[in-house]
Every structure is written in structure tokens, then in C-alpha cells.
Design a protein around this ligand. Structure first.
Ligand code: C2E
Ligand code: MG
Ligand code: MG
Length: 265
């Protein structure tokens, strides 16, 4: 326990310099429409290339950044970098794709956030419709009114909003009705249960039906197998993200994939 705390404190301290030293990088994971086999979007996923410890995954250092207050500046860097990169790819002649960026609660509730998003979109000149902000259910379900106000301001900019990891936290259906959401991302825990659990299959069907009935888009995360893909396709979930098609990749690898122009269908 003590060792763990010490290690986290050391990591947290070196995170202050990571940004200045360009140790933070983004990988991008393609999202695929299974009917057309085409890539329809990319999700920006943060990594920390630590000089001594190698690649540190976001689940380890984002909670530290949330605690030490760095998440706002890191989050802004992520947003700016991902939008710039997406605009660059569009200008290079690749198909125009949606870029999804994950948000932490502190960013979402930062009073300057919508203004910052607007500024980034203006500076890069990317059409806002290609930016999707991913929030979690815990963000969506806290203080309904303030969340709705923030989301409405963001929506006025022309960006879209999705709920990430849907189904694992406290899902308020009423909130889903009230908030201006565009897409639900089904948590991968359910997708991985497709082969083994009738209950997971039932939950996925309910989420897909719910999305379809509410006029929301739906995307399945963590798709790894043919069986999972077939089940999703049969149940009208057409957009997927997962190792079956692509892992998160570096800029260079993504460009290779985009040049080929097709998914693994
Ligand atoms: P997430 O947003 O739900 O992202 C999906 C995670 O699932 C990614 O992990 C991705 O690499 C992984 N994944 C994708 N397909 C598959 C698959 O087929 N099988 C399996 N087993 N895993 C798959 P990653 O990159 O380690 O990110 C973990 C989480 O860290 C993200 O979950 C997100 O919540 C958070 N995160 C990542 N980047 C950022 C960021 O820039 N800002 C914030 N606030 N959070 C971030
Ligand atoms: Mg996400
Ligand atoms: Mg997720």
C-alpha cells in the first residue's frame, strides 16, 4: 500500500514535466461502419511515453492528473492536438472523419471549456461537426440542469456528444431523455460477454433498441471476434470499434491504414 502511494506520488510529480518534455502522445483508434467496411471515425487515446518506465496507459496517470489538477491543461492539449491532426488529415485529402476526444469531469465543469473548444475549432478551421466529445455516465448524470446547460453550449458550437462506457455506471434513462446526446458507446464489458452470457446479449439488445428508439446513434466498443461482430450486425448496431478491426495506432500507422482505405472485412 505504502509503496503504491509512493510510486503514484513520484509519477504525479513527474507528470508536471511530461507535458513540457513532449512525453505525452496521442494514439488514434479507428471506428468502422460494418455495412460499408469504411472507417467513419477515430478516437484519440492518450499515452505517456515515460523516459524510464516506458509507455504508461491512461488508466494509470489520468486519475493522478485529475487529482493534482493537471487534467485541465492536459485535456486541452489532447483536444487541440487531436483536432489539429484531424484537420491535417482532411487537408491531406483523406476522407473526412469524426474525431472523438475523451473528457474528464473537471474539464466538462470548467467554466471556460466551451470557449476553449470554440477557440480550438476557430484556430484550426476544422468543421465542428467532425468533433465528438465523449463524456461518461457519471458526468451526464450529475446535476441534471448544469450538465444540460454545458452540453447545450457545446452543441451550439456544432460538435457532437457521446456517452462512453454506457451501461456500467448508474444509467439514468430520464437523463438520457433530457440531455442533448448524439451517440451511445456500449461498454466493452457487455461485448466481451456475447460469447458467454445470455444476460450480456440481452443488455446489448436493450441498449441498441433504446438508442434506436430515442433516435441516437450507437457504437459497440471492444469488438474482438467474428461472433461478437455478427451478433451486433444482426441486432442493428452498425458502428464498432475494437481490436477485431484496429488497435489504437500512431499517426504513421493511421496514415498507412487511411491510404489503404478499407477495414478488415
Ligand atoms: P475509453 O475511452 O473507453 O477507450 C477505449 C479503451 O479500450 C482504450 O484503452 C482502447 O485501447 C481499449 N480498446 C479498444 N478496443 C479494444 C478491444 O477490442 N479490446 C480491448 N480489450 N480493449 C480495447 P486505453 O487507450 O488504455 O484508454 C483507457 C481509458 O482511458 C479510456 O477508455 C478513457 O476513459 C481514458 N482516456 C484515454 N485517453 C484519454 C484522454 O485524452 N482524456 C481522458 N479524460 N481520458 C482518456
Ligand atoms: Mg472513450
Ligand atoms: Mg469506453
Amino acid at each position: 500500500m505504502k509503496e503504491e502511494v509512493k510510486k503514484n506520488m513520484a509519477l504525479s510529480n513527474s507528470l508536471y514535466r511530461a507535458q513540457e518534455r513532449d512525453e505525452l502522445i496521442l494514439h488514434y483508434q479507428p471506428q468502422v461502419n460494418i455495412d460499408t467496411g469504411k472507417i467513419v471515425g477515430l478516437e484519440a487515446l492518450l499515452r505517456w511515453k515515460h523516459p524510464k518506465m516506458g509507455m504508461i496507459p491512461p488508466n494509470v496517470f489520468i486519475p493522478l492528473a485529475e487529482k493534482n489538477g493537471m487534467i485541465n491543461s492536459i485535456g486541452l492539449w489532447v483536444l487541440e492536438t487531436a483536432v489539429k491532426q484531424n484537420k491535417k488529415w482532411q487537408d491531406m485529402g483523406f476522407p473526412h472523419l469524426r474525431m472523438a476526444v475523451n473528457l474528464s469531469i473537471a474539464q466538462f465543469t470548467n467554466p471556460n471549456f466551451a470557449k476553449d473548444v470554440d477557440q480550438i475549432l476557430r484556430d484550426t478551421g476544422m468543421n465542428p461537426k467532425y468533433l465528438e466529445l465523449e463524456i461518461t455516465e457519471s458526468i451526464a448524470t450529475r446535476q441534471a440542469e448544469s450538465s444540460a446547460n454545458i452540453l447545450n453550449r457545446l452543441k451550439e458550437l456544432g460538435v457532437s456528444v457521446s456517452i462512453d462506457d454506457f451501461g456500467v455506471e448508474y444509467s439514468s434513462l430520464n437523463r438520457l431523455k433530457l440531455l442533448p446526446i448524439d451517440r451511445i458507446k456500449i461498454d466493452m464489458q457487455f461485448i466481451h460477454g456475447i460469447e458467454v452470457s445470455e444476460k450480456d446479449k440481452a443488455i446489448i439488445k436493450v441498449i441498441i433498441n433504446l438508442a434506436n428508439s430515442l433516435g441516437l446513434e450507437v457504437l459497440a466498443e471492444g469488438v474482438e471476434t467474428d461472433t461478437q461482430l455478427k451478433f451486433l450486425s444482426k441486432n442493428m448496431c452498425h458502428d464498432v470499434q475494437g481490436y477485431y478491426f484496429y488497435k489504437p495506432h500512431s499517426i504513421m500507422e493511421i496514415e498507412k491504414i487511411l491510404r489503404k482505405g478499407v477495414g478488415r472485412i
